[in-house]
Design a protein around this ligand. Sequence first.
Ligand SMILES: Cc1cc2nc3c(=O)[nH]c(=O)nc-3n(C[C@H](O)[C@H](O)[C@H](O)COP(=O)(O)OP(=O)(O)OC[C@H]3O[C@@H](n4cnc5c(N)ncnc54)[C@H](O)[C@@H]3O)c2cc1C
Length: 385
Amino acid sequence: MPPKPCWRARVTETDLLVIGGGITGQSAALFAAQAGARVTIVDAQRNAGSHANAGSLHVQMQSRFLRLNPHLADNLESSLPLYLSAVTAWEALDTRLGGVELTREGGLMLAEDEAQLDFLRQKAERETRKGLDVEILDRDELFSLAPWLGEAIAGAELCRNEGKLNPLVANRKMRGALGSLGVEHVHDRITRIEEGSPPTAEGEGATYSAGAILVAAAWGAEALAKPLGLTIGTPPEPLHMNITEAGDYRIRHLVQHAERPITLKQFRSGQVVIGGGWDANLASAESRAPTIRRQSLLGNVALASRIAPGIAGLRVLRTWAGYNTPVDGKATIGPVRNGSRVFLALPGDAGYTLGPITGQAAAALSLGTDPPIDPAPYSPARWRS
Ligand SMILES: Cc1cc2nc3c(=O)[nH]c(=O)nc-3n(C[C@H](O)[C@H](O)[C@H](O)COP(=O)(O)OP(=O)(O)OC[C@H]3O[C@@H](n4cnc5c(N)ncnc54)[C@H](O)[C@@H]3O)c2cc1C
C-alpha cells in the first residue's frame, strides 16, 4: 500500500536512520542496535534485490561480470579481500540468526574447452595473489567431486572460499532478530536528504531526524546521493531466476561457468536454484516489479540441464525477476564527505554476499567505532563531481 499523505506532519527522531531495508540496511541496523543505538529502517518496499536473490556466497571473480565490464575488472579484483571478509561475516550472521542453511563446500567455475580453461588458469593466478583458496581441476579430479556433471565439461576452477545459503530463511530470521532488538520499520520512500546538524530525510509520508543517516538503498541511492554532490550510477539490472521441485541432494557446490551466464545450486530441501544473469524486463508503471522474459526462462533452464543432466526431469516450480545493483564492481562505504553524518553502504556487486560486511562497516563508521574492514578503498570520495 502506498504511504498515506496524512503522515506528512510526523517527525521521527532516532539515533540511526537506515534508508533501504535489504540485507545491507538490515545488517547495518542489526550491528547498530546491538551496540545500543535506537534504529529506524525506512524502506519503500519496492524491488529489493535481497528478496529476489539466489543465496550464492560469491568469492571468485564472476566471469559474467568480467565479460560485461572488462573496464571494471580492476575494481572487482581489488575487492577480493572484501569478499573473503564477507563470507566470514555471513558465517557469524548464520550463528547469530540460528542457522540460515549456510554451507561452504566451495564453488566450481566450469570450462568446456582449452580456451576456457586458460581463462580460468589466468583468473586463478590473479585470485591466488589476493589470498583466495583456488585450484584448477582436470576432468578426472572434477568428476570425482561432481559426478553429476554433463559430458561436455572439461575441467573447472574450484574456489574453496565459496558457499551458499537459503535467503528465504536468512531474510525471515533477520527480520525476527531486528524486531527483538526493537528496530523500527517504516514504509516510506525518501525523496531528499539534508546534511544539517542533525541530518534529516524527507519522505513522502514523514520527515526523519537522526544522529546519522545511512543510505543502503541500492538502485535508489543514485537519486539520493546526487543532491549531496555524488554522481554515482546505480541503474537497476533486472535479472531472471528459477527454482525447481526437490530432487536428491547431490549438488553440494555453488556452480558457475567460465563463459556462459549461469549460477546453479541446490538447497538442502533438494530444490535446484538456477539463475546467473539472464535478462528480465524493467518494472513499469503497470507492473511495479520487473517481469520475466520467456527466452530467459528457456535459455537458462536449457543451459542448466546441459551442465547437470540429472536435473532435466525436475519441474520448474517458480520463476521470478529482481533488481541487481552492480554499480562499478566495488563497494561504496563511508561518509559522503569528511565529517558528514550521512553515510553510504552500497555493496557494488554480488550484493547479498557483500551486504552484511558492507552494512556492518558503514554502521560502525556512523557510530564512531572501528569498522571490521579497512574502509579506505571503498570511500564515496571517488563519486564526488
Ligand atoms: C535475481 C537475482 C539474483 C541474485 N543472486 C545473488 C546471489 O546469489 N548472491 C549475491 O551475492 N547477490 C545476488 N544478487 C544481488 C543481490 O541480491 C543484491 O545486490 C543485494 O540484495 C543488494 O542488497 P541491498 O540491501 O544493498 O539492496 P536491496 O536488497 O536491493 O534493497 C534496497 C532497498 O532500498 C529501498 N529503497 C530504494 N530507494 C529508496 C528510497 N528512496 N527510500 C526508501 N527506500 C528505498 C528499496 O525499496 C529496497 O527495499 C542477485 C540479484 C538478483 C536480482
